[in-house]
Design a protein around this ligand. Sequence first.
Ligand code: NIG
Ligand code: FE
Length: 398
Amino acid sequence: MRDLGIIEDGAVLISGGKIVTVGTTDEVAKHELLTSKPSHIEEIDCRGKVVLPGFVDSHTHPVFTAPRLIDFEKRTAGASYEEIAAAGGGIRASLRGVRDSSREKLAEHVRTAFDDMAVLGTTTVEAKSGYGLSFAAEMKSLEAIREASHQWAGTVVPTLLGAHVVAPEYRDDPEEYVRIICEDMIPAAAKLKLAAFVDVFCERGAFTMEQSRQILRSAVEHNLGVRAHVCQLTPEKLTPLIEFHPASLDHMDFVSDEDISALARLDTVVTLLPAANYFLGLKAFPPARRLIDSGVAVALATDYNPGTAPTPSMPFVLSAACTHMKMSPAEAIVAATYNGACALRLQGRKGSLEPGKDADIAIFDASDHRELAYWFGVNRCRETFLNGVRQTAARINL
Ligand code: NIG
Ligand code: FE
């Protein structure tokens, strides 16, 4: 994770949405596409800039309609995340807006979030449902993600998170809600190809380990990928989840040393989400050093959501990871690009600048890669290429 393979005076040649070749400017200039048909070539001068693979934001919850300002204000007055949720705030407070909105309206919100992300250098986004909490509202949420993804040049990976919390109607019968997820939501999402993954919030106040296992088992039976929110607020033993070969386990603030050793032998990625710790005002941050030093593949993502991480900014996440988790700037960049791609099982197409991969590129006004994690509260991304489609700062109103 410390080796970025930096090419000084580098160049990237892209064509038809794919990377054709990467190397020094001299090497790339010799490519036959450039020597044979020079009139079709557009050159972008990146001298003095950092050119990166676009960020892969592998954990976001963009399907909501309104910020949770009451929760926010309560927290500034000292209430904790769990106290606010128990008092009727939290995830369930976002439910009404989603249930009452049309698919088009939701898609508009999601599309706005994707645009905000692209401005900051993100070109691939994993997007979860999870604020509808009924069959109809979860399907509508996934359809909104699909609609927004058709309007956006970047790549979107949809995830069903019907198992975010138990829907209020089933508070006294959570098993029935789990049954609806397993027997209705997952089969429909798989059949309609509305989701690539199923996620579950395995946590006190959300779903127990046994319920989480039921849900993930159904996901595997329907050939969907598996990921989980776990060890965010309380410790949890991970062996019962690992059995389902999760692509990623996310948050992991309370992971044990024993589970870290087990994870180091697997290709499951651990996705850390420090924007949530920042926004909840927590003193402790996810244990990046213990994980990386033990050989676990660590990714970084925003967790973009209205309750714990209302930020579309991967550069902010890089800053938090370096400042509060002692990741090096190079490690943070790898975690936000290649390892994020691994967390979505897209490393063959995304996450690095290599011939044959999708032309997902972010160009920063910085002369050293360490500046990406150094500046915060300012956007240094000037241009992005999303599957080869160019978005300049002017076009996105910076
Ligand atoms: O990843 N932990 C569960 N889900 C979100 C929070 C969702 C919310 O509060 O709206 C998270 O932090
Ligand atoms: Fe999350």
